[in-house]
Design a binder for this molecule. Structure first.
Ligand SMILES: Nc1ncnc2c1ncn2[C@@H]1O[C@H](COP(=O)(O)OP(=O)(O)OP(=O)(O)O)[C@@H](O)[C@H]1O
Length: 238
């Protein structure tokens, strides 16, 4: 279980996250839904520690991680796939996977983890010797997801995993995320601009506007409110 209590993130005078509290349960997918600039990335960055929180608390399975440095949070099992495609473009697919693995120094066998990545995403196996920068957007997202999850962290933060991808690839990516969450009873928190897309994957969602939670509910409650949510909060009819 990931719990965020009264979290505040500010950049000078800009209050990007304002008094946000949420909980994300193990084995469930929790969505942060909100338009551009609503504060989704800032909230995720504060959870993984790459952006400092001004105040508030973050707990993983009851342990307070608020004061831990980002690499210490990674060791506690918080993995963060940030927005924008953070891969080494000049390195091959496999080199990216090796680098991500060694960066985290997890126990277990890299060989087995690699086999699992390639069985989840056979296209990455086909392109294992290709430079990551030559992959399509969908393949890059598969690589990013694999880099974030190959060591099987208990808490995964995914910043807009569907961004810019064709619907068929989004479906594939979401299927992987669902399986990952269910398989090991893991916490998955993902951000999404479109409420309708979030509903395809999330069990529970929090809608953010101007850094604040303006609505939260399970899939049914979100579904019932989606038209209102889209026009009132997200600035979109999608
Ligand atoms: N490094 C920064 N310095 C100053 N202001 C920032 C910084 N990062 C984000 N902001 C501001 O904080 C607010 C929240 O931005 P954030 O990126 O967290 O929103 P978001 O919901 O993730 O949007 P997007 O979907 O565009 O990433 C916005 O007003 C944004 O301009």
């Amino acid at each position: 279980m990931l719990e965020v209590r009264n979290l505040q993130v500010s950049y000078g005078a800009i209050e990007a996250v304002r008094d946000v509290s949420l909980s994300a349960r193990s084995g469930h997918i929790t969505a942060l839904i909100g338009a551009n600039g609503a504060g989704k990335s800032s909230l995720m960055r504060a959870i993984s520690g790459v952006t400092p929180a001004t105040s508030g608390q973050i707990l993983v399975n009851g342990r307070d991680i608020t004061r831990l440095k980002p690499h210490e949070r990674a060791r506690v099992g918080v993995a963060h796939a940030m927005e924008g495609r953070r891969i080494l473009h000049q390195h091959t697919v496999e080199e990216n996977l090796v680098t991500a693995w060694h960066f985290r120094k997890p126990p277990g066998s890299f060989k087995q983890a690699l086999e699992k990545v390639y069985s989840n995403f056979p296209v990455l196996a086909e392109r294992r010797r290709a430079k990551a920068g030559t992959l399509s957007g969908g393949q890059q997202q598969m690589l990013i997801l694999s880099m974030a999850t190959q060591h099987e962290p208990p808490v995964v933060l995914l910043d807009e995993p569907s961004l810019g991808l064709a619907p068929i690839i989004v479906t594939q990516i979401f299927e992987y995320i669902k399986a990952y969450s269910a398989e090991g009873n893991r916490v998955v928190l993902l951000s999404e601009q479109m409420a309708t897309l979030a509903l395809k994957v999330a069990d529970y969602g929090y809608v953010l506007k101007h850094g604040q939670v303006v609505f939260d509910g399970d899939r049914k409650q979100l579904n019932d409110g989606v038209a209102d949510l889209s026009s009132a909060y997200l600035g979109t009819t999608g």
